[in-house]
Design a protein around this ligand. Structure first.
Ligand code: MLT
Length: 247
């Protein structure tokens, strides 16, 4: 982080893409919220809500294959589609029937799980999506550390949906004067959320990943991913495994 916190105030910054993460990450003593609204972090929230015990995020397919050979159930997604030979993909709706209840599963996705890997040296790494918006904000306040709202984007590029969620979180937590916005990216994200919040679905109509998901008939996933507060669980990274903050 580029400026010192004053007194007991905590800084809130939005990182608009993984390529920018090194520019913002100056101390491990912070909370990083990894955001991949369409769909990795929404799917991880749905998986915990449906009762999984843990989720091992892996950045590449080679590692995922290794876990599969050890007997784990492994999900793999690239470019929004399930990778051949794996057990499931990245649809939040795929977890709804509780079929992995009590299990620790493995997941690799195009951007989301890579972003977790990029952030992993931070003191607190948590998973955020509209599905757990309120719970994430409460977690941040309790953790009482500087905050990086880390947008996974698309292959290092900026995207609208992750920025909207970052703006929603920044707006909520900066209502508590202990948390202060110190960067232009945070102002941009909050302004964008203001413009979009009454119709996020419409606002994202032309966004690249929404169009990609539409082409693949994944409109129901989009609706889930834009629905607020589906769970009060905050998935948190502990070592190499994501677990529920309630376990
Ligand atoms: C990702 O990690 O890039 C995404 O979740 C892509 C997707 O499956 O929609």
């Amino acid at each position: 982080m580029s400026e010192e916190s004053s007194g007991n105030t905590k800084k809130v910054e939005v990182v608009l893409s993984p390529a920018l993460f090194p520019a913002y990450f100056e101390s491990t003593d912070c909370t990083v919220v990894v955001i991949d609204v369409f769909r990795a972090t929404s799917a991880i929230c749905a998986a915990f809500e449906s009762g999984i015990k843990g989720l091992i995020p892996v950045a590449n397919l080679e590692e995922a294959i290794k876990y599969k050979s050890e007997g784990y159930k492994v999900g793999a997604e690239r470019n929004a589609e399930v990778v051949d030979g794996f057990d499931f993909g990245n649809s939040p709706l795929g977890f709804k029937d509780g079929k992995f209840k009590g299990e620790t599963i493995v997941l690799t996705t195009t951007n989301g799980t890579k972003a977790v890997d990029v952030a992993k040296s931070a003191a607190n790494v948590v998973i955020g999506s509209f599905a757990n918006l309120t719970a994430v904000c409460e977690y941040i306040e309790k953790a009482d550390k500087d905050v990086l709202l880390f947008c996974a984007g698309w292959k290092d590029r900026f995207n609208l949906e992750d920025t909207l969620f970052a703006g929603a979180v920044a707006q909520k937590i900066t209502q508590n004067l202990r948390f202060q916005n110190i960067s232009d990216s945070t102002i941009a994200a909050m302004n964008m959320y203001d413009a979009a919040k009454d119709d996020m679905y419409g606002f994202l109509g032309n966004s690249s990943h929404r169009k990609r998901l539409s082409r693949l008939n994944m409109e129901e996933d989009v609706i889930y991913c834009l629905s607020l507060d589906q769970t009060d669980i905050v998935p948190v990274l502990e070592g190499d495994i994501i677990v529920s903050n309630k376990s």
